[in-house]
Design a protein around this ligand. Structure first.
Ligand code: ADP
Ligand code: MG
Length: 350
C-alpha cells in the first residue's frame, strides 16, 4: 500500500514556478530522499506536504485520506505529519523539555514520561532536559527537533536538510541512527538534501529534482548506474561520459568495446561509466581495452582520483579514474585501461 501520493502538484510564487507538475508515490514505512540543487523546489514541496503551503493545483493523499484535492485543504495540525524544518527551529525561549513537550496532551506526569521516552529514542541524556537550545551542540539541537516532531506520533516524517549543520563524522552516524529510529517506529520518511552521498545512503527511493521538476525516481543504485541524462549522472557522483556507436548491446568507444544493458538502442550516443568502473593495470599486462598515461593524481586518503590521458583515439581524451591509494600508479606511468561491468547509454531506453 502506498502511504503518500502526490499527483501533478504545481506551485508558483508570482510568475515563477517553484514546483512544476510533481507526482510521487512514497510506500508506507519506507524512506525517500529528494535531492536537487539549491532552489530546485525541495523545501516548497515538503512544506506543501506538511500543510504550511498550498499547491496551485494537484492533489495530496496520505494513507487514502485526501489532504489536498480541489476545495479540500486539511490544515497542518490535523495531518499527523512530523516536520523538522531546514533550520531545526527550536523555540529559543523554551528548555529542551518544554520544546519536546510542546503540544503533548495529558497531565504533567504522563507528559514527563513521554518526554523521557522521546529523549531515549533520540539517544539524548535526560540531564539535558533543563538546558536551553543555545546550550546544545548542533547535533543535539537536531535531535531535540526530531524528538519534538516524533512527539506527535506522526505517520509521516519530513526532514529538511536535517544533517547539514553537522560535521562529516557526526553526520554519517546521525543519519544511520535516525534511519534506524524511524524504521523501528515504522514511520514513513521523506528526507530532503542537496548532498547526494547522504541521499544515496539513506533512501530506499531516490527522487531527483531540478528547476521544480522531478527528473527521475527509483532505487538509489538504479539512478546512480542508470541516470536519465548527463546532468543527473554528474549530480549523483563523478562520471566518465564518452561518445560511442551503440548496437546490439555493445558500445564502441575510445575504450574499445564496452557492453551496455540497453540492447535495443542502435546509433550514436553518449555512454556513461562511473570512475570506479575503470581499472588500470601495469602497461603491457592488459591485452584488452587500451593504453593511457597518468597525467595527474589527486590524493584523497584511502582513494586517489587519477587523470589518465588515453593513447588511442584522435582526441587524447582525459578520463577520471578512482583508484585505491595503495595500488595507484604514479604520474607519468603508462597503464592499461579496462572497463569493469557495463556502460549506460544516456538518454537510452533504460
Ligand atoms: P530548495 O529547498 O530546493 O532550495 P525552495 O523550495 O526553497 O528550493 O525554493 C524554490 C524556488 O521557489 C526558489 O526559486 C525560491 O526563491 C522560490 N521561493 C521559495 N519560497 C518562496 C516564497 N515564500 N516566496 C517567493 N519565492 C519563494
Ligand atoms: Mg530548501
Amino acid at each position: 500500500m502506498s502511504s503518500l501520493e502526490l499527483h501533478a502538484i504545481c506551485k508558483s510564487f508570482g510568475s515563477l514556478p517553484a514546483v512544476d507538475n510533481v507526482s510521487l508515490s512514497v510506500p508506507e514505512g519506507s524512506r525517500t530522499a529528494i535531492v536537487g540543487p539549491s532552489g530546485s523546489g525541495k523545501t516548497t514541496l515538503l512544506r506543501m506536504i506538511a500543510g504550511f503551503e498550498f499547491p496551485d493545483s494537484g492533489s495530496i493523499t496520505l494513507n487514502g485520506t485526501p489532504l489536498v484535492n480541489g476545495p479540500i485543504e486539511v490544515p497542518a495540525h490535523q495531518r499527523l505529519i512530523g516536520y523538522v524544518p531546514q533550520d531545526g527551529a527550536l523555540f529559543p525561549h523554551m528548555t529542551v523539555a518544554a520544546n519536546i513537550g510542546f503540544g503533548l496532551p495529558g497531565n504533567a506526569a504522563s507528559k514527563q514520561q513521554r518526554i523521557n521516552e522521546l529523549m531515549e529514542m533520540v539517544a539524548l541524556d535526560s540531564r539535558m532536559l533543563p538546558r536551553w537550545p543555545h546550550e546544545l551542540s548542533g547535533g543535539q539541537q537536531q535531535r531535540v527537533a526530531l524528538a519534538r516532531a516524533l512527539a506527535q506520533r506522526p505517520k509521516l516524517m519530513l526532514l529538511d536538510e536535517p544533517f547539514s549543520a553537522l560535521d562529516t563524522g557526526l553526520r554519517a552516524s546521525m543519519r544511520k541512527a535516525v534511519a534506524k529510529l524511524l524504521s523501528d517506529a515504522g514511520v514513513t520518511t521523506i528526507l530532503v538534501t542537496h548532498d547526494q552521498a547522504e541521499a544515496l545512503s539513506f533512501a530506499h527511493q531516490l527522487a531527483v529534482m531540478r528547476q521544480g521538476k522531478l527528473i527521475q525516481v527509483g532505487p538509489p543504485m538504479d539512478l546512480y548506474l542508470r541516470p536519465r541524462d548527463e546532468e543527473t549522472a554528474l549530480f549523483l557522483g563523478d562520471a566518465v561520459v564518452l561518445p560511442a556507436t551503440v548496437e546490439g548491446g555493445w558500445a564502441t568507444c575510445e575504450l574499445g568495446r564496452v557492453p551496455v544493458a540497453d540492447t535495443a538502442f542502435k546509433g550514436a550516443a553518449q555512454i556513461m561509466l562511473r570512475p570506479e568502473q575503470i581499472e588500470l593495470s601495469a602497461s603491457g599486462s592488459s591485452n584488452e581495452g587500451c593504453l593511457g598515461v597518468v597525467t595527474d593524481s589527486d590524493f584523497g586518503g584511502n582513494a586517489c582520483m587519477l587523470t589518465v590521458r588515453l593513447q588511442t583515439g584522435s582526441s587524447a581524451r582525459e578520463l577520471l579514474v578512482r583508484s585505491l591509494s595503495i595500488h595507484a600508479p604514479l604520474v607519468g606511468n603508462t597503464v592499461g585501461v579496462r572497463v569493469v561491468g557495463s556502460g549506460h547509454v544516456l538518454g537510452g531506453g533504460q
